[in-house]
Ligand binder design. Sequence first.
Ligand SMILES: *Cc1c(COP(=O)(O)O)cnc(C)c1O
Length: 430
Amino acid sequence: MPETALPAHFSRDPDGGLMIEQVEARLVAERFGTPTYVYSRAAIEAAFTSLTDAFGERAHRICYAVKANSNIGILHLLARLGAGFDIVSFGELARVQAAGGDPAKVVFSGVGKSAEEIRGALAAGIGCLNVESEAELHRIADIAGEMDTKAPISLRVNPDVDARTHPYISTGLKDNKFGVAIDEALPLYEWAHAQPALEIIGIDCHIGSQLTDVSPFSAAAERVMALTHQLAERGIRLKHLDLGGGLGIRYTDESPPAAADWVEAITSVVDADPLGRELPIWIEPGRFLVGPAGAMLTRVEYLKPGSHKSFAIVDAAMNDLMRPALYGSDMAIVPAGRGTGERHPGTWEIVGPICETGDFLGHEREMTLGEDDLLTVLGAGAYGFSMASNYNTRPRAAEILIDGTNCHEIRQREPLESLWALEKLPPAGD
Ligand SMILES: *Cc1c(COP(=O)(O)O)cnc(C)c1O
């Protein structure tokens, strides 16, 4: 089998070991243990720059979707590159601030913002609240009124476009819980326009994740532009268009568009319109910026060959990387360094130690493996660590940012005691 192509900034050393920038995966594993997430700083920067270059002089803002990878080291890197942020909880706003990000460049999405979250976001000087329902719009108006402030808002409209992606990550169809149906948005905007505590600044949509085709983006942009015209006719002038995230990446054999194609799909629609031409375009990519930049290192604990199925049991599990178990995602798993064990060719189920049949990282992988071998799951920079849990009382992995020849530990492996530090024994009964 030909080897899976490695993402940019990952390569092979002459002995076949994996390199992340100028650092050997083997050395990272020896120094920090496994499982461990590694991220290439250069890859994150290159992804960000590919988008800003594609926009060129065109007014735009790139709001990184924090939920893809919320480590403050990564947020700091992106803030320094000039990114804004898309958040879905007050906790994510606090992280952005801890990382040195500017709340004025943050958009707050999510269907269930609590009163406390809205209050906290307004107090912090949030850039925009992306409103997902009529009830939320009323709540925001009330809270901003009480606080004697003006809440900057966009309505998240649901353009009813099929993103043709996994049903769990498709969000722009009219039967999804997200946003308001685009044909019901007009009266809400008119109501908001009349509220002294609300300032309408834009319109927003986000149609799904891991899109590998630009056409749903253009279709969404067209519908959003049509509504923008209807609003202008009623004297409601928007200050930006936010077309969301969802830019797909290559996990195995996908061929996603390049940054320039994504941007062209949007600008060709928006800029063809005299009204659109004046409006800054905002986007909210998560996966695209950090996914290919990250990988998870794991070590083979045991080989369990069988006549029906052969298992390679590794030290990472579904709690460390949930995508395969949650979405049935196919992620590339490649050798990263030879161990000490005797090597066996085979077709392996790559599984973790957790007591769940759903605990797998990959099915039917043709590889020659030995115990103690180091493996790497590629494309794990997004929705990897950020979805990790402590199921089975497993401490979450370390996270290492690689920068040239340097390794920065941006999150240490969780100490075991911290897992129950907030728990208490009940008083002794009598
Ligand atoms: C998750 C999410 C994103 C980012 O999606 P990606 O597929 O990672 O680009 C952007 N906007 C909103 C509202 C989201 O919920």
